[in-house]
Design a protein around this ligand. Sequence first.
Ligand code: TMP
Ligand code: MG
Length: 211
Amino acid sequence: MESNKRGAFIVFEGCDRVGKSTQSNKLFKLLKDKDVAVKHINFPDRSTIIGDLINRFLKNTQDLSNEVIHLLFSANRWERVNSIQEDLLAGTTVICDRYAYSGVVYSVAKGLDMDWCWAPDRGLLKPDAVFYLKANPDQLASRCNFGTERYEKLELQRKVSELFDDFNERESSYWHQFDAFETEQELHSQISTIVEKLLPQVADKPLEKLT
Ligand code: TMP
Ligand code: MG
C-alpha cells in the first residue's frame, strides 16, 4: 500500500572535525535498524563533475575565486534537489551532512556579503531540523589535526563558528545546538530523542523552501 507520509529532512552542521559524520552515521544506522526508510547524503557531493571541481579546490590543486567556489557549492546542492524531494515525498528520511548554512558561513568568513551568499540557495528545500554540533575551534584544533583541507585553519574556523552561532540564534525554531565535546553516546542519545519526535510531526507537513 502506498503511504502519503513524507520523510524528514535532517541536516548536520558545524565546524570541520566536529564529529558530524560520526553522529549522522550513528543516526542513519539507528533508523535503518528500526526499519525506517532513510538515506544519508553529504555536501559537497564530490561524486559529480561540479563536486570534483570543488574537491580539487579543497585539496588545493585548483584555485578558484571566492565567488566562483561559492556558486559551485550552491550548484552542487541544486544538482541534488529533485532527488531529495522525491525521496522525502516517497516517505524516506534524508540525513544530510552540511547544507546551505555551511555554504553561507564559510564564504562570509572569507569576506563575501551575507545576502549575496544566501541568494543562490533560495528555493532549495528547507530542512525540518538542523543539528548544530558546536565546539570551540581552539579546543577542536588541539583534539584533532586541522590542516589537510583548505579551510582547516584556526583563524577561519573561529569566524565560521561565530557565524554558525548567529544562524543558531536566528533560526532557533528548527536548529538544535549540541555540545560537540559530549561523549559520542550521549550526543547520539540526545539527537535520537529529538528525531523520534520529529518523524511523526513532519509526516503530514508540506515541504518548505529556503527563503
Ligand atoms: P566536508 O569537510 O564536510 O567534506 O566539507 C568540505 C569543506 O567545504 C568544509 O571545510 C566546509 C566547506 N563547505 C563550504 O565552504 N561551502 C559549502 O557549501 C559546503 C557544503 C562546504
Ligand atoms: Mg572537513
